[in-house]
Each structure stands twice: as structure tokens, then as C-alpha cells.
Design a protein around this ligand. Structure first.
Ligand code: C5P
Length: 416
């Protein structure tokens, strides 16, 4: 069964008898690892109490469009931006008609208009309503707008009719949502990803390191797994939980990371060097703890081997992506590194900004190859990682076969 770890699912509940099944749906989504938030319409609250869905999702339910408290926290635009998928289940005939007409009088309607996320609906209504030409026409409009539809199924209905119109079973809906993320664009490919900082020992208790949290590298590992790749994650010391189904090699120093990467590269198709490797290490590691007797002290450093450089010289057929964390002349410096390190692509980000980059949950980067310079605008590292995996899969396939898969959403091309 696919996982929904790291996935943000916004569930919209509208007012039909099937609303009682949305409690089970929220539980199924959460069981698959999703972070779930719920919006209810006022008529949905006639069928099921918000407290039930709050308890199952672990978050307060959103219902009012104009709510000063909500707008100060997660208002309709934040909710719309937050979601990876906006799942409306059950979607009544009335809700479907409102979506067709872009009615924004309810929170649910406003979020539908504002969200860049994939919208999925699970219709539920009487079989006569489902087959009515007005509803058939409305469904056709939504499908044309790339709204995905799950169900309905056929059977005995709450009203006593038998026919199409029952909401699909909650577990089936949750599994179909999980499949949505399994893109398969790197199916069977072997990936090595480095992540996090390295630690260079000074003595048995002290080290030098940097501010890398590993979030970007770990998000890339998750996104690559969703894309069907086999992933070896070579990770410096971080406090993140490792993605499921991923081979993890924990390392400390740049030398450890170098050894682990060289070993894994023998069978790899793609190497993503997202780690912030220390450029220098202590020339001599003190065997005992250094005492603070002296008024000042100095340490001598030796340059570390450049892992990505070594790998690109040794493995000409390996597709290699580097990262460039820069504080000035961001894209110019990154383009120089792309050439010097003989990389296929480089991801450049501005670490002088406090809102993105090191240790932040969001990032904004440039995807740079010899042909492209594309700005991927600010978003969560998890969403950005999915976009980067699409860029990587596209460029990797182009380099091997000339084939191209789907594009990245919200990217803007910049002049070179
Ligand atoms: O030269 P700079 O350190 O800015 O290059 C960053 C890129 O090089 C990143 O992809 C990083 O993982 C990689 N790197 C490396 N070994 C080093 C230093 C950086 O693989 N010693």
C-alpha cells in the first residue's frame, strides 16, 4: 500500500448523508501518514459534528469564510496554499454545481478557487440526481478542468433507491489519493542522495559543522521514492526521521561521506549532492579533550576532498545534480560550479535570506542546467522537492532517450 507520509490533504466535507463516512476517511488518510485538515460546510455540520473530525485529524475544523481568528492563523488563502490535494468528500450535487460556477460564498468554494493543489471529488447523491443532465453536464465541466473524480459506486442508497450515487468507500478513496503521488517517473532508477551537514572533529568532544538541517535532502529522498526510485540516503548528523523504504547510511565527517558515496555510486543512475559538506577539517584531531588553559588558540585546517567533483570525474555516465548555497551572485556562482564540477544540473539557493534556505521549512531555488535557468518560487521544501524530482527526471530522461515527462507547476523561466 502506498504511503501518504509528508502529504498535506485538505478534506472538504459537504452536506449529504455520506458525510458520516468522512470521519472514517479522515482516519484512513491519517493512518497512511497524511497531515489532514478539514473544511466543513454549514450543511455538513447538520450531519456530523466538527468535534469528531477535529479529534480524528488532530486539528480544529475550518468552516467560516469570514473569521478574524482563522484569518490571523490559517485563513482561506493559507489553507488553499497549504494543501497538496484538496479532496471534497462527499461532494453533493449542490457542491458540484457551485464549483462549476466558481461560487465563493462558502470557505469551501473560496478555497476551491484559490488552491493550486490537485482537486479531487468523491460525489455522493441519489441515483436520479447523479444521472440528471444538469449534473452530468456539471461533472463534464469539472473533469475538463482537471478535477479528478473518485466514484460514485452503485448499490442500495440511504433513500432506498438502488443505483449509482454512493460515495466510494473511505479506504479506497485514501488509497487512490496515495496513488496520485506515486508518479513512477523514476521507476526502478537507483538514486544516491547526500543530505545534512558533516561534522569535522576537533577533539573527542568538539567539532566544527554548519547550519544545514538536512530537510531538503530528506524531502528529495521522499519525493524520489514516490517517483518509484530506489534511494540510498547518505546522511550527516540530523534530527529527522528517515523516509520509509530508503537505504540510509549515517556518516559524520566528509571523509566518511566520501567513502559511503563512492561505494554506492557503483550501481547508481543519479547522484544528488544536497549535503552541506565541510570544506575543511582539522589537520590534527586531538586525541584528548583540549584544555582551556591558553588565553587564545588556533587550529590548522586541511581542505576536504570535493565529493561531487571526484564522483563526476570517476563516473562519466552518472547523472549528477549539485547544490549551491550562496550569499551573493547566486546564479552566477552556481553556473560556475555547474561547469567546474562537471555536473548535469545545479540547484542554487540564496542562504543570506532568513525566510528560506538553512534550517527553514521553505525554500526558493533556481534549477540550472547548461540549457535552462528556471526559478522555482518559494514553497515548502517538501513541495519543492517534488518539483525538483520532476526537473531531474525530465532532464535525466532527455539525456538518455530524448523523452520528456510532465512539467513543473508554477515555475518561471529566467534569462540566462
Ligand atoms: O563548492 P561548494 O561547496 O559550494 O559546492 C556545493 C556542492 O558541492 C554541493 O552539491 C555539495 O554537496 C558538494 N560538495 C561536495 N564535497 C565537498 C564540498 C561540496 O560534494 N567537499
Amino acid at each position: 500500500m502506498s504511503s501518504l507520509c509528508n502529504k498535506r490533504i485538505l478534506v472538504g466535507v459537504t452536506g449529504g448523508i455520506a458525510a458520516y463516512k468522512s470521519a472514517e476517511l479522515v482516519r484512513c488518510l491519517a493512518n497512511l501518514g497524511a497531515d489532514v485538515r478539514v473544511i466543513m460546510t454549514s450543511s455538513a455540520m447538520e450531519f456530523i459534528r466538527p468535534l469528531t473530525l477535529q479529534a480524528l485529524s488532530g486539528h480544529p475544523v475550518h468552516s467560516a469564510l469570514v473569521d478574524s481568528d482563522a484569518e490571523a492563523g490559517m485563513g482561506h488563502i493559507e489553507l488553499a496554499r497549504w494543501a497538496d490535494v484538496f479532496l471534497i468528500a462527499p461532494a453533493t450535487a449542490h457542491c458540484i454545481a457551485d464549483l462549476v460556477h466558481g461560487k465563493a460564498a462558502s470557505l469551501l468554494g473560496a478555497v476551491y478557487l484559490a488552491t493550486p493543489a490537485q482537486v479531487v471529488i468523491a460525489p455522493a447523491m441519489n441515483q436520479g440526481m447523479w444521472h440528471h443532465p444538469a449534473n452530468v453536464a456539471n461533472m463534464a465541466v469539472l473533469k475538463q478542468r482537471d478535477v479528478k473524480v473518485i466514484g460514485p459506486t452503485s448499490g442500495l442508497q440511504a433513500c432506498g433507491d438502488v443505483g449509482l450515487g454512493r460515495m466510494e468507500a473511505p479506504l479506497e478513496i485514501a488509497e487512490r489519493i496515495a496513488e496520485h503521488f506515486s508518479t513512477g517517473i523514476l521507476q526502478g532508477k537507483q538514486l544516491i542522495i547526500t543530505a545534512g551537514p558533516t561534522r569535522e572533529a576537533i577533539d573527542p568532544v568538539r567539532y566544527i559543522s554548519n547550519r544545514s538541517s538536512g530537510k531538503m535532502g530528506y524531502a528529495l529522498a521522499s519525493a524520489a521514492l514516490d517517483a518509484g526510485a530506489h534511494v540510498t540516503l547518505v546522511s550527516g548528523p540530523v534530527s529527522l526521521s528517515t523516509p520509509e523504504h530508503c537505504v540510509v547510511k549515517q556518516v559524520e565527517s566528509a571523509a566518511d561521506m566520501h567513502r559511503a558515496v563512492l561505494h554506492a555510486c557503483e550501481t547508481a543512475d543519479i547522484f544528488i549532492a544536497a549535503a552541506a559538506v565541510a570544506d575543511y577539517r582539522c589537520a590534527d584531531i586531538n586525541q584528548q579533550k583540549i584544555k582551556k588553559n591558553a588565553a587564545s588558540m588556533s587550529l590548522e585546517f586541511t581542505k576536504n576532498i570535493d565529493i561531487v567533483n571526484t564522483v563526476s570525474s570517476l563516473h562519466e555516465n552518472l547523472y549528477i545534480v549539485g547544490f549551491a548555497a550562496e550569499t551573493e551572485n547566486v546564479t552566477a556562482n552556481a553556473k560556475r560550479k555547474l561547469k567546474d564540477k562537471k555536473l548535469n544540473a545545479i540547484v542554487a539557493n540564496d542562504v543570506s535570506r532568513h525566510d528560506i534556505g538553512f534550517d527553514a521549512d521553505e525554500n526558493e531555488v533556481h534549477w540550472i542546467t547548461t540549457q535552462d535557468d528556471v526559478c522555482l518560487p518559494k514553497k515548502s521544501k517538501i513541495q519543492l522537492a517534488r518539483d525538483l524530482i520532476i526537473c531531474i527526471a525530465n532532464d535525466f530522461n532527455k539525456s538518455k532517450t530524448g523523452a520528456v515527462c510532465d512539467g513543473v507547476h508554477n515555475a518561471t523561466s529566467t534569462d540566462q
